[in-house]
Design a protein around this ligand. Structure first.
Ligand code: URA
Length: 240
């Protein structure tokens, strides 16, 4: 249990500098439990706290764990250069909280992107040692043949990798689509594996991370949600 002054609480939740948060409070823009608080020194227990700023209510969260249904045309890099960054799809306070994508999707890849401001979580989740399976649906230029699926399952050699990389599982969905599960997260991995196997990836969508399915979240493209403890538990690696 910890008590914090209201200005510190707002700052920790990404609502701006301490000075700015103090101004918001003095201007009567912040309410706690339905009551406007004008003194920024007023302290509150953070656990279970809800506060209202500009008539929008937020729960206090020590860290945030988010899922975004990423649309095409957004970059995951910290300093996006050619396309807008994925953070522009989230409320501004998440940028102030230093929310980051967990791993990266290419600007034209769509689907499930996890994001958080918990460095330990990001590190653990993106560690290659964790073997978290990620499921992608790839649309291919040339037809999906049995031979292509066999090649992806047995391993293809990428030019900068010491050993062939294999899909954990792979199956044909229809003439130009396949489902592929990877445990690694190498740069452009699906696209490069498909190219190495003699095909070309036209579109790529990530539909599952661990056992967390994008469809279960009910997000339209461009929408995000918080992940609860049960959903986070689904991000565990597959049993080895
Ligand atoms: N593999 C790719 O080629 N691109 C992605 O965005 C993700 C996996």
């Amino acid at each position: 249990m910890s008590k914090l002054s209201l200005d510190r609480i707002l700052q920790s939740q990404g609502f701006g500098t301490r000075k700015w948060c103090r101004e918001l409070i003095s201007d009567g823009e912040v309410a706690v439990n339905g009551e406007t608080v004008n003194d920024y020194r007023t302290a509150f227990e953070t656990e279970g706290l809800s506060f209202t700023i500009f008539e929008e209510t937020w729960d206090y969260r020590e860290h945030v764990y988010l899922a975004l249904n990423k649309p095409p045309g957004y970059e995951c890099s910290r300093k996006p250069s050619r396309h807008p960054g994925v953070l522009t799809l989230l409320p501004e306070q998440f940028t102030w909280r230093d929310v980051q994508p967990v791993g990266r999707l290419d600007h034209d890849t769509t689907g499930l992107l996890l994001m958080s401001d918990d460095g330990a979580f990001i590190h653990a989740q993106s560690s290659p040692k964790r073997h978290v399976p990620k499921l992608y649906v790839a649309t291919t230029d040339a037809p999906v043949t049995d031979e292509l699926v066999t090649q992806l399952l047995s391993g293809v050699q990428l030019h900068d990798e010491p050993a062939p990389l294999a899909a954990q599982s792979c199956r044909r969905l229809d003439e130009h689509r396949l489902e592929i599960v990877l445990e690694q997260g190498k740069y452009h991995q699906v696209k490069r594996m498909l190219a190495a196997a003699g095909n070309h990836c036209e579109a790529l969508r990530r539909t599952m991370v661990g056992q967390l399915e994008l469809d279960s979240l009910g997000l339209e493209e461009g929408e995000w949600c918080y992940l609860d403890a049960g959903q986070l538990a689904l991000l565990a690696p597959s049993p080895s």
